[in-house]
Structure formats: C-alpha cells, structure tokens
Design a protein around this ligand. Sequence first.
Ligand code: FAD
Length: 525
Amino acid sequence: MKKEYDILIVGYGMLGNLAALLLADMGMSVVVVEKKQATDILVAKSARIDEEILLVLEQLGLIDVVKDLLYPLEGTQIVDKKERVLLEFNQTSRSQFAPLVGFYQPDIQKIIQEKAAAHKNINLFLGYEVETFEQDEAKVDVYISPTGTQNFIALEANFMLVCNGQYSRIADFLKIEIKDYKYHSSVLCVDTVGKKATQVSPNYAQTIYDAEFPVVKMAKGKLHQRWEFQMDKENIEADQTPEKVRRLLAALNPLDLTVESAFVYNFDSKILEKWQEKRVLILGDAAHIMPPYLGMGLSAGIKDVYNLAWKLRLIQKETASLDLLETYQQERQPDVERLIKLNLWIKRLFQSSKFNWIKRFVPIIPKWFLKKKLDLATNLKSGIVGHSKLSGRVVCSPKVANHKGDTVSFNQALEFNFVVLGLDKNPVDALNAASLEYLATVGTQFVQLTPQKKKFVQDGRYTQNLYDKEGKLQAWMKENKGQFLLIRPDRIVYDFCADKTSLNASVKTLGQQLKVSCLFSESFE
Ligand SMILES: Cc1cc2nc3c(=O)[nH]c(=O)nc-3n(C[C@H](O)[C@H](O)[C@H](O)COP(=O)(O)OP(=O)(O)OC[C@H]3O[C@@H](n4cnc5c(N)ncnc54)[C@H](O)[C@@H]3O)c2cc1C
C-alpha cells in the first residue's frame, strides 16, 4: 500500500535536513529521500552562515548544542598578501549572535542529522533516489528506488520539496527556463586543522586579493580553517594532488597545518524562472546558485525553507489557500538576485585596477575610508508584509525575561506562530472580535512587553508577559513609532502599528494577503 505523508523532501543536505526538522516540529509528517547514505553527505562545503540561520537553529532548540562549534565573524575583508586590509565589509547583528559565523559543516550536520533521525514525524529513505513523480490538484505521487536499482516504491505526499542541490534535474523535468548569469569558476577548497588554537583570519572571512588567483581564508573554529583557491578549469585533476595543496598553503601561511580535505567544486550562477509547479517547490541550490565570493548559498537556501515552512502549515490547516505559495518566489527571488549581483560586483572589482591603486596608497589612506557597511539581511519588498519602514526585515532579538524569570532571547520566547506584541499593553485588549477570531485561526501568540519586571498574572486571555531586560525592544519599538508589533512565524516584521485602529487594519490586510478561505475572510468584509 502506498504510504502517505504531508511533505516529501528530496535531498538530505543541510537544507533538506533543516526543512524536515522545521516541518516535523510543526506537526507535519515528513519523508526524506536521499540517494546517498548519511555519512556520505557529511562534506565540508559551506564554511559560514549568517545570523538569520542561527535564529532558525535557536528556534529548533539546537543552538546550545552547536554554539561551541561556531566561530564568530564580523564580516568580510579583502587583504593583500602582506595581510594589509584593502577593503572591509562589516555586517551588523540584530541578535545575540555575531552577524556571521564560521563552522565545520560535518560537525553541525551530524547534530542535525541525529535530531532528524530521532524525530517521530520524520521518516528517512537514505540510499534511495527519486526517479520520477506526477502530481494532480490534491497530491504528488513520487517513485523512488534504492540507488542504482529499478525496484520502485511509490510514496504519496501533499507537497514535494526539491532540495537536491546544484545538479538537480528538476528544471529539465518540469521544463523550467533558467536564467544564466554566465559565471563559471572552479574552486579548490581546502580544510585544515592547526595543532594549537590559531587565528588565520581573526574575526573576518578574508579574500587575499589577486586579480587572477584570489584566495578566501577564514577560521571555522578555534582549530579549523578554510582556504578556497580559484582554479584554472583545465588543471582540476592536478590541483588536487597533496603536493600542490601543500605548496599553495605554504605560500600563504607559515603555520603548521594538517590538511583534512581538499576538493574541487565547480560554481555557476543561475536562477530558475519558476520555483514552484503546483505542489512541487524548489529550494536552495536546486533553484538558485551564486558565485562563491560572499559564501551565502547555504544561508540563502535555509531562508527559502524558513519562508515556506509556515506557509505550508497554514495551507495544510486549510487556513490559507494554495495561492499563498506564490509569495515564496515573490519574496525570496529579489533577495537571491541581490546576492548574485553583489558577488558579480566583487568579481568585477577584483578584475578592475582599483585594488592596485588602493594597494599603492594603503599606508596613507585613512582606515575608515576602507570600511564599508554591508547589509545582507533579508529585506522583503513585497509579499506578506505591511507598510511600515521595517516591514519585511528580521525582528531584533535581544535578551528578555519570561514570566518564570528565565533569561532567554526574544526569538526563543516566541513560538512558530504569528505574534502580536504590545508595548506595555495587552494586545488582546486592542484587538476587535474579527481580528481575534482570525488570529486564533492562523495561530497567534500574544505578548505583552513590559519595561519593568512585573509579576505575571495569567488573566485567561493567553497573553504572555515578557520583561525587556536590556530595554532594546522598547527602544526599537519607539524608534519605529510602534505601540504594537505584528510578526510573521519566520520572524519577519509584518507591521509596526501606532494604535489599536492601525493594528486591527493591519490584521485585516494580513488576512487578505494570506488569501484565507471565505469562511474566515467574510468577517472582515
Ligand atoms: C566550496 C564551496 C563553499 C561554499 N561555501 C559556502 C559558505 O561558506 N556559506 C554558504 O552559505 N554557502 C556556501 N556554499 C554553497 C552551499 O554549499 C550550498 O548552497 C549548499 O550546500 C546547498 O545545500 P543543498 O542542501 O541545497 O544541496 P546539497 O548540499 O548539494 O544537497 C543535495 C542532496 O540531494 C541529494 N540528491 C540529489 N539528487 C537526488 C535524487 N534524485 N534523489 C535523492 N537525493 C538526491 C544529494 O545526494 C545531496 O545529498 C559553498 C559551496 C561550495 C561548493
């Protein structure tokens, strides 16, 4: 008999793994199909992730387990061979975390794999390949077989998430056009480990400037380092020889390092024109690939997952229509395009004569002149967002105290639901009956943020009281002239509202944007 699931995920890389955990934690039944065995997927590919991904790990309850494996980074520097900074891009953080962290992918991936393997809502088919699928209005039928065989098993799911990476054949299968940015490069990626704690590039991911042969180097932990050498395509085989790797490293760093792994990866840059075909959704590298300069491919993919997870749940609960999925690509694509363009700009910068000029005058150029702010954070311009200046940005997440007196981050205090927060006010008192009914339908957490530590009184209206320990949330609310704050389940600011009239209007707009079934939208008419 065919087994039925809410969600079928193709690919168990970091992306498929995190998608499974998020959806399973929301109560969905998930099946993951991966053509390799779990240990064969543990490859040191990505070396840095950004703060927003740490918020996802925090929400999944994983941050305490992984935090000692993360190495905080402030941003990216372009340096010359004498380690002089030619240009510095600093990123700002909105949470307890550094804006970027270096990490050794297999260590983190092993932890999230273990959590998924133990999850009661996740079923894993490792060593199985998705061969083909078909879909109708209600479901997707997927045919899988043990890798290399033709012994088909049929699975059925309400949605299929395609997370099978750069070499996915989904575009061919669904006849989706591809936008090609005409970027190709090969990168020799070397991971090293030092004998004692050293910092090869303290607190910054550094690119050593060379127009023909740039090298990225960064710390991924107290002992681990990553080196990425841009290679000539013709010499790929030769470049992987241990002697060549050692020679390349020796030319850059005198420290005694042991090479853990050395792989050559090919990079393209392209975006699929469509990321959704009815009940099939395409995520991460299967939907978009970017050049390697900023190292943001994995982070971008995980943001795809976060963007989709809550929408799938609303559709599953029948509190939003299938049309809501159209906002997935609408919201995510501009962000991905922005990153691709920034990467291509860095490439052009390397090929221009600007750095030679900076190199010549670096001793006399004031340091501040070479420092730039780089904002790579999510910034949704359309989709499910309200009208305030910060709508579409990720919520800030300082420390707060909950009613038990425990200190947690604001992110940790929130559930995977919509949130209505009142500044020193119970938001429930400000909402009219239609708004309350609608918010209950989509799943909402009501939070009263108090400037002083007040005794929590459970008044039967399900409001949670949080004490703003550092005063940062109040300051942020006041700066944005907000008495109330409406937050999406993926921690994106929906709207700041100055009073209860605008709060109710905002909830009404949210309902219209989510295209809820008429049963619930009627009360807004
Ligand atoms: C050298 C290098 C350095 C990078 N550094 C960074 C970085 O620092 N930061 C960052 O954010 N990004 C970085 N990236 C990009 C990042 O690695 C990718 O964006 C990310 O790994 C994509 O994850 P994924 O889960 O989508 O794909 P993958 O990790 O490729 O996983 C896809 C999985 O799908 C499986 N699969 C494929 N086809 C099928 C099928 N038919 N059936 C079943 N299973 C299938 C594959 O076996 C694989 O396990 C880097 C990439 C490279 C190459």
